[in-house]
Design a protein around this ligand. Sequence first.
Ligand SMILES: *Cc1c(COP(=O)(O)O)cnc(C)c1O
Length: 371
Amino acid sequence: MNSTFNPPKRVLMGPGPSDVHPNVLKAMSAPLIGHLDPQFIQLMDEVKVMVQDTFRTTNELTFVVSAPGSAGMETCLVNLLEPGDECIICINGVFGSRMVTIAERCGATVHAIHTVWGEVTSIAQVKEVLAVCPNPKLLAIVHAETSTGVLQPLQEISDIIHDAGGLLVVDAVTSWCGVPLEVDQWGIDAIYSGTQKNLSAPPGLSPVSFSPRAVAVLENRKTVVQSWFLDLNLVKNYWAGTKRAYHHTAPISSIYALHEALCLVKAEGLENRWERHQAVHLYLQVALENLGFSYLVQPQYRLPNLNAVKLPKLVTDEAQLRSQLLQNYNIEVGGGLGDFEGKIWRIGLMGESCTRLHVNQLIGALQKILY
Ligand SMILES: *Cc1c(COP(=O)(O)O)cnc(C)c1O
């Protein structure tokens, strides 16, 4: 007979999930109520308002997809793209490539902008592609590239794509609740995030928001959305209005956790939270550089939540060092992806995992192993 699973107590300092606050875990153990219970609907409404606040938007079409960040990505693209549309997608890491795959499956023609991993997409590159594709339906870009530790400036790109009559679609999975993000002020038309990074809730949900401009595009579609589950024409009636239409059964316990995690953000203050991530990132940076690690990304584009670092020369086998950290110290850090496999580490400072205590634990363990 199988016995109960007792997970080890880890310190999560990788690319997500991050450590979860005990109150959030406790929220998940509360009794279930029906997903159309008036009290649950009230809870959904509160979640919606807190998602709007943290996205800094008044977008009416703001809700949570009952699936992880990748489903939020797919929600934005399948609802806005139709066969024959042209779009621009910026690729400077793993997640841009994933957007291309989804857009192509929607039947869209993709004009990809390839940037060296570890660098940002430039205005010049966007203008170059617009010369070839002057009327794109949208431009999609990753705000915080978790595979490379790059934070992409968005304001100027937003102006350019709007001048060309297109929508701006943004992946904010690793920026939401961790660095400044201004949906309305920056003119973002469709945005998606995830719960397991800077929010520090369990994985499995994806907050999404559409601007009125994006809603107009959705309403003027000529074809039906190819995905039934992610079709916003259907989902939106589940997250708004006085009478809720059954669409699917919401992951009730996960919504409890999301609500609790958002309450913690509110208590801390969103801007204080951004500042905490920046301050702890600088604290980690000094300690890592003292140990011989060096940053991949130029200082002005560094993402505080995901520290992409090259290893000290004396480390010949990074995978073995990571495994020692996990086995002997219970600390998880991320390895490199793609071209960076075996070459860099990705050290997450996200939400509950973004404290000086976490940094001290990691640095102390590394000192013990290396010296
Ligand atoms: C983690 C991540 C995703 C995917 O989220 P999942 O919850 O794993 O599906 C997408 N984009 C970025 C930038 C991410 O960091």
